[in-house]
Write a protein that binds this ligand. Structure first.
Ligand code: DAT
Ligand code: MG
Length: 141
């Protein structure tokens, strides 16, 4: 076991459905510490970077529309094996595979709107933390 940090993002449906407290509570009750947090709106450029591995997939336009549909909350979550264990707490990507007891298993009902993001490796966690906390959405005016 190793002390790690990961990037967790509460997605637009999580904020809209007032599940922010519920999800943060689960993370804290598991024993993890939130060491940074910020609410932000994402733009297309950010989503294209964050999900570059999915550009070209049939569902990408839907994912882009969803991720830019409202504010998100990004967090740095720190603790033992935070990357792997947060992914377990979050549950599987596809709604039909997400087990009850996981965040997605309990709250997600579509493949796109799945409540929460967690980094899939320590390397990606660092990239995603830097991207989110440094990113400034360009002003529209
Ligand atoms: P995860 O979020 O579990 O790391 P991912 O990185 O493969 O999964 O995909 C990022 C997001 O894209 C995922 O949370 C929801 C959406 N997505 C992935 N696969 C999908 C699919 N087959 N249909 C619809 N949306 C999908
Ligand atoms: Mg992923």
């Amino acid at each position: 076991m190793a002390l790690e940090r990961t990037f967790v993002m509460l997605k637009p449906d999580c904020v809209k459905r007032r599940l922010v407290g519920e999800v943060i509570s689960r993370i804290e009750k598991k024993g993890y510490k939130i060491t940074d947090i910020k609410m932000s709106e994402l733009d297309e450029a950010f989503v294209r970077e964050q999900y570059s591995h999915l550009i070209g997939r049939s569902f990408f336009p839907e994912l882009l529309k969803y991720m830019t549909s409202g504010p998100v909350i990004g967090m740095v979550v720190e603790g033992e094996s935070a990357v792997r264990i947060m992914r377990k707490l979050i549950g599987a990507t596809r709604v039909a595979d997400a087990e009850p007891g996981t965040i997605r298993g309990d709250f997600a009902f579509t493949d796109t709107e799945n409540v929460v993001h967690g980094s899939d490796s320590p390397e990606n966690a660092e990239l995603e933390i830097n991207r989110f906390f440094r990113y400034k959405v360009p002003s529209k005016v």
